[in-house]
Design a binder for this molecule. Structure first.
Ligand code: TXA
Ligand code: MG
Length: 310
């Protein structure tokens, strides 16, 4: 564990694994060009081998070393949303090893806007591949303590920073074809993407684009407790010392743990840490209040549904 960006970057340059903060969630980073370090990411997280990694860059120059044949839409989306919580999938350059993209001919590229992430990647001197820094299937970590809980002893270093600003993972958009396809919802909503590239569309079940996002097939975002989505606090079947509630309204009921959020953004920010708190407290069922599916609300409902599926 360290607070020093230089120390953390030195670990990467020696071929090690470093967990680091971004504005979305903490990532588990390795040098994009170091195949054995990348293999260790999959081991440390117990991540299925067919799930590709996102490459994080500090500046526009690094983008050219990762991708090729950039479409007009890819350029426009990067120009509008980099640095920020958007991942753009493009065709990958031959310099990128197979291990980074799980053998796909495409690569997801993201430029984080958290200052500590930018400085860390710049100090590494190479793009950094990083999945979320949790054990596969667990909620993504929004604090360094959550990274420690899942990965202590399995990785080389944690670069300690503030809790993340957004709390849900980046929006992922496939730009390998002329019409961009939204693969994963995040705080950059479909509406905002369409303001820049109007043809951008959502991925639909049975869509040709679906197999392009292997990660979405896997079990995700799950606490050990069972998740039930409810329309209002009164729909929660039982309030007792084995149940919990998170949502936008105070319940006045006796849940073991309750988190009342002022806004949908705050709810998104709190969600994954609340899941972890509930697991630590041995809660069996977490009732999660549903929110309108617009802007951040769409991403939040996506994560709630995935967690409820398990
Ligand atoms: O906010 C985030 O995106 C965080 C931080 C650390 O940047 N990272 C993150 O990584 O959430 P991960 O590995 O947990 O999720 C990456 C998602 C997966 O669903 C994966 O399948 C998809 O992005 N993905 C990555 N590369 C892809 C590619 N070439 N084509 C399609 N989907 C890709
Ligand atoms: Mg993840």
């Amino acid at each position: 564990m360290t607070d020093s960006i230089d120390e953390a970057a030195a670990v990467i340059r020696r071929g090690g694994l470093v967990a680091f903060p971004t504005e979305t969630v903490y990532g588990l980073g390795a040098d994009v060009f170091n195949e054995s370090a990348i293999a260790r990411i999959f081991e440390a997280k117990m991540r299925p081998a067919d799930n590709p990694l996102i490459a994080h860059v500090a500046d526009k120059g690094q983008i050219a070393t990762l991708g090729r044949d950039f479409t007009f839409a890819a350029g426009k989306l990067m120009g509008s949303f980099f640095p920020g919580p958007l991942t753009v999938v493009v065709k990958r350059s031959s310099k990128v090893p197979d291990a980074a993209t799980a053998g796909l001919e495409t690569i997801g590229i993201r430029m984080p806007r958290f200052e500590i992430a930018q400085k860390f990647i710049a100090a590494c001197g190479v793009p950094i591949v990083a999945p979320s820094a949790n054990l596969s299937g667990r909620p993504s970590p929004t604090t360094w303590q959550a990274v420690y809980e899942d990965l202590n002893g399995r990785i080389d270093c944690i670069l300690r920073g503030e809790p993340t600003e957004i709390g849900l993972e980046s929006t992922v958009v496939d730009c390998t074809t002329e019409v961009p396809v939204l693969l994963r919802l995040g705080s950059v909503s479909l509406e905002r993407l369409q303001k820049v590239v109007p043809s951008t569309r959502a991925s639909v079940p049975g869509d040709l684009a679906e197999p392009r996002s292997p990660g979405m097939r896997h079990k995700h975002y799950a606490p050990r407790a069972k998740i039930e989505i409810v329309d209002s606090p009164s729909d929660a079947a039982e309030a007792n010392d084995r149940t919990a509630f998170i949502g936008l309204h105070a319940t006045g009921r006796a849940f073991r743990l309750e988190r009342d959020c002022q806004t949908v953004d705050e709810y998104a920010h709190e969600l994954f840490e609340f899941f972890r708190e509930c697991d630590r407290a041995g809660v069996d069922t977490i009732y999660c209040e549903s929110v309108p599916e617009e802007w951040m609300g769409a991403a939040l409902m996506d994560r709630l549904r995935r967690a409820a599926e398990n």
